[in-house]
Design a protein around this ligand. Structure first.
Ligand SMILES: Nc1ncnc2c1ncn2[C@@H]1O[C@H](COP(=O)(O)OP(=O)(O)O)[C@@H](O)[C@H]1O
Ligand SMILES: [Mg+2]
Length: 369
């Protein structure tokens, strides 16, 4: 078209390009132009756009012609930029992940260390606890061994004291000195109390050594009735002035129970009812069978148990606040619960302070008796 090739280039590179052009004519060779540089061309409307240019030459009649292949690479460039951008973003994300990984490893490391240390501490305190536990066990065995031994050994001298007291009482029958009588009664009372304590210790000792087993038997209603009646008669010796025990058996069928354990339970429960009631208090013992259970109900009109104390009643050595001045070990109910464990039984309590207490005990019964 008779125009210089520079019309295709942006104004800013016109001069430089003229020089390049003359240089090329001097040493023409086919090559790609603008190696390592971005080349731009200019369109008719003045906009620039990226291009790729290859150069070649030929001769006609000793005249050198140069041919340039110009390719518009706008789309390719855009793609390239996009790829570059995405690559950069990817690199950024990768480096962030790496950083996070390092942090995570650090945290995991720290935590592991902490955990190891905690574990070590735990091991240590476990060992300490084991040692303490062993010591405690040894001590407790020693203690209960001592208590059992002492209880045994105390029985004989206590019997001697008691029989001597009876003899003194007997010898005094002739001269009737009221003071001697008074003191003999005191001795008998004190020895009686001590015997009860020893009985509790011995019962618990036997239970804890696993020497007590339930051996239930079948009772006819009449035999059962007679048995309870005889235990109650024994307990009547303990009654305070004006106190009475009413026994009611609302039961006609057979009963399945270990009479030795039942007797001990009954003695514990009724002696509590006597002990924790004032003079003239009525005590009711009711037995019946219902829903395959033998039910034993002991009611008194005694001092009752506060709600707070009721929570701990079956614990070893526990005694309610209002029982402080009444003799006892706080072992009786605990022993009862142990017996009930052997018999698969349950115990329930209902008590109001200063009004009275009702204990209900359930013994499961076989289906066909
Ligand atoms: N029938 C009752 N009325 C009032 N309090 C009772 C009765 N039975 C038991 N308790 C309370 O429960 C405590 C624990 O009873 P128990 O184990 O038999 O011990 P102990 O008879 O040696 O005191 C008693 O000290 C008493 O405070
Ligand atoms: Mg008791």
């Amino acid at each position: 078209m008779g125009k210089h090739v520079e019309v295709l280039l942006p104004q800013s590179v016109h001069n430089k390009h003229v020089t390049y052009r003359y240089e090329y004519y001097k040493h023409p060779e086919p090559r790609v132009m603008g190696h390592g540089r971005d080349l731009y061309a200019q369109s008719k409307d003045g906009n620039t756009f990226p291009v790729e240019v290859s150069l070649s030459h030929y001769q006609i009649n000793d005249q050198t012609f140069v041919i340039a292949f110009v390719i518009d690479i706008t789309v390719r460039k855009k793609q390239e930029t996009l790829v570059l951008q995405q690559k950069a973003e990817l690199e950024k994300i990768t480096s962030e992940i790496k950083k996070m990984n390092i942090e995570l490893e650090q945290t995991v490391g720290d935590r592991t260390k902490m955990l190891r240390e905690a574990l070590k501490e735990l091991e240590k305190s476990k060992e300490e606890l084991n040692v303490a536990f062993e010591n405690e066990k040894e001590l407790s065995e020693l203690k209960s061994g001592f208590v059992t031994m002492a209880s045994h050994e105390f029985r004989t001298p206590l019997s001697t004291i008691l029989s001597s007291a009876y003899l003194i009482e007997k010898y005094n029958e002739t001269n009737l000195d009221p003071k001697v009588d008074k003191h003999v009664k005191r001795i008998k009372n004190a020895v009686g109390g001590m015997k009860n304590i020893l009985e509790d210790f011995l019962s618990l000792g036997k239970l804890e050594e696993g020497l007590v087993h339930a051996k239930p038997e079948r009772f006819t209603s009449v035999d059962f009735n007679g048995f309870i009646q005889s235990v109650i008669s024994e307990l009547e010796a303990m009654l305070k002035p004006g106190q009475t025990i009413l026994y009611e058996n609302v039961n006609e069928g057979n009963v399945w129970i270990d009479h030795y354990l039942l007797k001990n339970i009954l003695i514990n429960m009724v002696s509590n009812a006597i002990k924790f009631s004032l003079d003239d208090g009525k005590i009711r013992v009711i037995t019946f069978v219902e829903n395959n259970q033998l039910v034993l109900n002991i009611q008194d009109e005694g001092i009752g148990i506060s709600d707070e104390d009721q929570q701990h009643l079956f614990e070893r050595f526990f005694r309610a606040k209002n029982a402080a001045n009444i003799q006892g070990t706080g072992l009786g109910l605990h022993i009862v619960v142990k017996y009930l464990e052997l018999l698969d039984g349950r115990i329930k309590m209902n008590s109001t302070l200063n009004e009275g207490t009702t204990f209900t005990i359930y013994f499961p019964q076989p289906k066909d008796l």
